[in-house]
Unconditional design. Sequence first.
Length: 461
Amino acid sequence: MDYFPLFLKLKDQPCLVVGAGEIASRKIELLLKTGARISVVAPEIGNSIAELASESRVTLLQRNFAASDLNGMCLAVSATNTRSVNEAVAQAANARNIPVNVVDNPDLCSFIFPAIVDRSPLTVAVSSGGVSPVLARLLRSKVEAAIPGAFGLLAQFAEEFRSLVKQRLPEAARRRVFWEDALQGNIAELVFSGRRDQAAAELRTKLDAAEQALPRGEVYLIGAGPGDPDLLTFRALRLMQQADVVVYDRLVSKEILEMARRDAEKIYVGKQRSNHSLPQESINELLADLALSGKRVARLKGGDPFIFGRGGEEIETLLQQGIQFQVVPGITAAAGCASYAGIPLTHRDHAQSCTFVTGHLKDGNINLNWSQLAAPNQTIVIYMGLVGLETICQSLIEHGCPPDQPIALIQQGTTRHQRVITGTLSDMPQKVENADIKPPTLIIVGTVVRLREQLEWFQPA
Ligand code: SAH
């Protein structure tokens, strides 16, 4: 982060603007919204600024800038066309530790103006760190479209009831649940549609109920998909953002974890293949204990929780203890990797069925129905198959698969590190051994693999 975002209280604070053209006038208008007092220094004063000066909070000083103009100021903006003046302002401000912005001149700025979505008191500020103001503005327009115009009213409404709710629900966690619910449902709609009194009545009823209810934890078993955060479901995202605790493992990418609520406690229970850091039973108990203490727990799992994810086992423990839970499906590695590798899992000319199997070795063996898997016109997707790759290829050939049957191995599918290696059952083990592969990897066997030659589309740098 090159610039730290802050919201600055400028009410009645003196700010200096150097320059009095159109750009200066836009900055002045913006600053006036905060209640700042503004001194404008410029040898010539443009029309729009002269108009603004009718406001009592704007003082015009028609002359050249002098460093002493900055004395006592808490913020400075330089919006002149003259590089030497801009530099002088920046230098004098820096010498006094006054935050300074030189319009369109990131080198001289100690702060930059964000693109703003104003639903006061709710404000969203977007910045590209000066790298691409246009990009920041594009994002701003998306946010603008996503936030109802009356959002400010909702914030005011919440403010009015804030201390009452705090008094009646003293524990922060319960209060947060209350507000999250109140600000999203019917009460919010009532505020948006201008029925404030009705909203207030509903809020009071809800508060009565919340005061009496016992705190109740819940577990959200969430499929976080194969890696690309864009592949999360809306529901996964919503629950991740309201959870008090996030329990995650190795397959959950850092980018996805960052989308969880910032102040949620994050607990890593990841397993390495040969190093089971936390046994499954302990994870099950951990989830139950957290929920029983009244927490909302997001259990993030790679891919889909019910596909080679032991999601069923985690739920069983919760069931036994009467803990509420919900399961959110995720895009499983097979679907994610196949799409991003350009390999359709079924195809009218190639495969009428698709089987997901685990290639996990147990005592050096893989216990699978090989003759069934070796039959033609199907696609086999193998999870956890890297270590057993040679055994897999051999067994398929032994059971009647042609040695030149196409096979693909997808490393870290859907992420920026995705790599795809294709070959045949006979040459694949050697190819993979030479390729310095990083987990996780998924294997796809079947003639559909050939379609990648035409359908490959995702080529991360
Ligand atoms: N529940 C998960 C699977 C967990 S088993 C799901 O539905 O996807 C772990 C195995 O999933 C890994 O060994 C690997 O075979 C596969 N896998 C998960 N994410 C992957 C990815 N991004 N790229 C390739 N394989 C992946």
